[in-house]
Ligand binder design. Structure first.
Ligand SMILES: [Zn+2]
Ligand SMILES: [Zn+2]
Length: 344
């Protein structure tokens, strides 16, 4: 999106110069919002594994330099023409769903989440690793007063993805739901699953995270290094849903036999490798495998409201914007506990 060049001061941004390029912290002119857009004074922006799509140039058609970031929380400081519902001074966020075209077949059916020309902040246009960001109104999420910017930010991608996948999974209160992976997604998935009233089995590699998983709400911890997780799930009656968060196709493949009748493997951990499954594994017990991506701005508001009501929060490490490169490296190391958030 071309910003109208009207100088209203400068701001700091952390941009990627090209595919595989390093982060550069540079000054840019503060842009003015076009019609149908607002300018957000960014207060916090989560660092998500999907930011590697921009950093490494893994998504087709990215124009560089590009500013990553799709877990944005801040306050509207300017509105463009035609913006009536959203006001200056209002606290808002922007998540993975960065806008839709309103005209494609999916949009015409109201399925904005699956818009064929959907925009993604930090990929289609500059995201939240900057002090001021422009966003279309379709992408705006109202943030409840009781949630801080730092708490809200990671809920706008990691939070909504786990919350929305679980609430559309078909699992009912009391059902056995397994959460595979105790990381950026999984530690939120366990909390949401427990607050939804499921019996939660957390699946991690090694004993390290057992105590944490229980603290987050798991009633069972399964160490997939020490045991066969699928067999352990069958001992518990078989999972109604397995939320697969860790980006390992092999680990996901090994869990399919842990599903109970009508069980579903809900895939949200993104990899490019195939999941291996034999047709008879699915036919026996009418099992399914489904993928899920985030959700709309309205879904994000549901997520924030539920987090506000239930106390679900991400565990967070913060870095200042100037340290975006360190923050990104920390996130990519897999050692962060568990979401990394930039503060402006
Ligand atoms: Zn994300
Ligand atoms: Zn569309």
């Amino acid at each position: 999106m071309a910003a109208t060049a009207v100088a209203v001061g400068t701001m700091k941004v952390a941009q990627v110069s090209g595919p595989g390029g390093d982060f550069q912290v540079v000054e840019r002119e503060i842009p003015k919002p076009d019609a149908g857009h607002v300018r957000i004074k960014v207060q916090a922006c989560g660092v998500c594994h999907s930011d590697s799509l921009t950093k490494e140039g893994l998504w087709p058609g990215i124009q560089y330099p590009r500013i990553p970031g799709h877990e944005v929380a801040g306050v509207i400081d300017e509105v463009g023409d035609g913006v009536s519902v959203w006001k200056k001074g209002q606290r808002v966020g922007v998540g993975w769903h960065g806008g839709q075209d309103n005209t494609c077949p999916s949009c015409r059916r109201g399925d904005f989440r699956n818009c064929q020309n959907g925009k993604i902040p930090g990929i289609s246009y500059d995201g939240g690793y900057q002090q001021y960001m422009l966003a279309p109104v379709e992408a705006l999420v109202a943030i409840p007063d009781s949630l801080s910017d730092i708490d809200a930010a990671p809920l706008l991608c990691a939070g909504i993805t786990t919350y929305n996948a679980l609430r559309h999974s078909g699992a009912m209160p009391g059902d056995l739901v397994a959460v595979q992976g105790i990381g950026g997604l999984g530690h939120l998935g366990i909390q949401f699953a427990q607050k939804f009233g499921y019996k939660v089995a957390a699946i991690g590699r090694g004993p390290e995270n057992a105590a944490l998983a229980k603290k987050l709400g798991a009633s069972v911890y399964i160490d997939s290094k020490a045991t066969k997780a699928a067999e352990e799930l069958q001992k518990l009656g078989g999972a109604r849903v397995i939320l697969a968060t860790a980006p390992s196709s092999k680990a996901m493949s090994e869990l399919i036999d842990g599903l109970g009748p009508n069980g579903k493997l809900m895939v949200i951990g993104a990899t490019f490798d195939p999941i291996e499954v034999a047709p008879v594994q699915l036919i026996t017990g009418s099992k399914t495998i489904q993928g899920w991506a985030a959700g709309t701005a309205a879904d994000s508001e549901d997520t924030l409201r539920f987090a506000e009501l239930s106390g679900v929060r991400a565990m967070i490490e913060t870095y200042p914007l100037e340290k975006a490169a360190d923050a990104y490296e920390r996130m990519m190391s897999g050692n962060a506990q568990f979401r990394v958030v930039l503060t402006m």
